[in-house]
Structure formats: structure tokens, C-alpha cells
Design a protein around this ligand. Sequence first.
Ligand SMILES: *Cc1c(COP(=O)(O)O)cnc(C)c1O
Length: 370
Amino acid sequence: MTAPRIAPQPRPGVLQVAAYVPGPPAASGHRSFKLSSNESVLGPTPLAVEAFHGAATSLHVYPDSTATALRTQLQISHGIPACQIVCGAGSDELLKLIGYCYLRDGDEAIFSRYAFVSYLINTLAAGATPVVVDEQDYRVDLGAMLERVTSRTRVVFLANPNNPTGTYVPRQEIIEFHRRLPQNVLLVLDEAYAEYVTRDDYGSCLALAAAAPNVVVLRTFSKIYGLAALRLGWCAASPPIVQALQRIRPPFSVSSAAALAGVAAIGDLAHLEAALRHNERWRPWLAAQIAALGYGVTPSVTNFLLLHFDPRAGESGIWAFNALAEQGLILRPVDNYELPHSLRLTVGTAEANQLVVDGLRTLRRRTAAS
Ligand SMILES: *Cc1c(COP(=O)(O)O)cnc(C)c1O
């Protein structure tokens, strides 16, 4: 047999994926602020750092494959049975497993126009077809999503609150949406920013994930817990879903250091409170100041804001990005979301927040003068 003279070919869906673009790093040199990845300004609790160092004495030992101690802590703090929890190397790993387990060629996955980009990547990677539903004012339209459900729909991805928009859906609307969703469709609720939300009508759907046969709720230690570098996330779901994910997950993807730090982080409620208070103080301040300069700001319940520049005034996201980056202020371009006139801004330190407002004021003067 003559060998075909072509190089190895990946699955077709893989070639449709545009590689993930991470938030730009802080520029080297002093006075640079990375406001591009929604990281916690306060960083992790010192208790987590201490636990991380403690892991150094047993680097030769494989981690506990299912992170039992961490799942036990999560059970205590969230009331979800430990056997209904799966931990992963960031919630991103769990999203990948969900896509692999529940999507195949010809299936459809539904998500909204400005949904977190991982859903598109994992849908395409699994060979499935993305069904993208328009939003209203950067808000998810659950009614429109329901209308797009077909016999081919297998998964609905929903970040609540969503990144990069910062908007949310009230808990009751999700419960209603789930009630009307066919039971063979998996509802994936990504609650990466849940701890930041203080609205009365917002609520985590962890209890729904524990009770329903077709709901997964994803949580992460990367955001308010300040442990993004360690790669630690988890999800709650019905036992059959948990078992499916466990079958194919890399058995040691959660390092001992990450699991230990996670347990310590859960234990420091005061640190969590402090991170929340900082955000509650500065996000509304940033939103008000930036709106007063005449820029569009989408109302956010998270630790970031989506800012909108004015194309009629010749402004673009990359234009604002470059001008702010010159001053060491690194925001997140969102062209990959087809939002070329917007930037995403993470709430920073008091100093960084003040500098961002000053920088935007200078920009405004520049466009007003030209
Ligand atoms: C940051 C983020 C995550 C977290 O990803 P990790 O892999 O846990 O770091 C998940 N979903 C959304 C919407 C996010 O913004």
C-alpha cells in the first residue's frame, strides 16, 4: 500500500477554532497595571499561600486523584454532596470534558452572542455546531435561546454572570428556563463570578445542579479567590454526569498544591469579604466616573466593566487600548467577541482605578479637541 503523501490532519472542528487570546500581560518596568484578566486585586489569602508552600515537602507523591479533602470542604460550605462534585485544572478543563462527553458531530450547542469564548472553542473542538443567539443590551435573551432548541440541541452554555459583558440573569428566570428545556439537553451554568454578585434576585444554581438530571454548575478559584495561577475549578452535577466526567478526566490534573490552597481559601471568609468590599466600593465608582466622561458602560455585577467607545468620533477599542497602555494601563481588547469598539476593564487597586479614569479623561479631551 502506498502511503498518502499528506501530513497528519486534526479533526475538522479543531481547524475552525481561533486560538484563545489571553489578556495582555502587564508591561515590564514600573507602574504597570494588568487590568485585562479579571484577576483579584487582593490576591489570595495568605493562608492559601502558606498551604501552597506546605505542598513543597511532598512533590514526589501523586495527588489524591479526586481531591477528596477539597470536595469535602466544598460539601460543607455549599451543601452539595461531595460525590456530586468534580474538581479540575480550572473550570476550563471541566468545560473541555463536558464538550467531549456530551457533544459530537452534528449536535448543536446553544449560547448567546457575547458568551464566554470557551463555549465556542469547546463546541467546535467537539465537532458540534454552534447556535449563537442574539442578546438585548448585552443581556442574555433566554426566550430567544429557548426558541432555538431543536432535536439536535445537546448543550446550552450560559455564564451567569457573563464575561465579557458583566450582566446576569435572575435566578428565577433560569429556573423557569430549565423547566422548559427538554430533559436530554444539558444546561451548563458557569458561575465564575458568582461570589461578586450582590443583587437580591441573583442566586447560584448549585442546588439545581445537585437535584436535576441535566444541569452542571461550574465554579472557579481563579477569580475572587485569587488563585488563577494554580488552575483550580470544580463543578456540581447529577451522579451520572459526574461519573461520565470522571471516566475521561486526566486523573491527576488537580495538583496537591492547588487542592491544599483551595481548602485554605475556602476557610478564610474574611478575605473573601474584603475582596467583595473592595469591588463593591470601586466598581460603581469606576462605572459612574467613566459614564460621566461620556463613554458607554454596560451595567455590571462582576469585578469588571465593558466600556464602549464611539465609532462616530473615530474611536475604537484598539485606539483606546494603545493610549492607555502607553500609561501602563493594560485593558482587554474584545475584538475576538466582535466588539471592536469596546474594551474590558478589571477593577484594580485604588491607584490603578484613579489612573484609568484620568487616562480616559485625557482621551476624551483629545477627541473633543480634534
Ligand atoms: C475566568 C472565567 C472562568 C474561569 O476559568 P478557569 O479555567 O477556572 O481559570 C470560567 N468562566 C468564565 C466566564 C470566566 O470568565
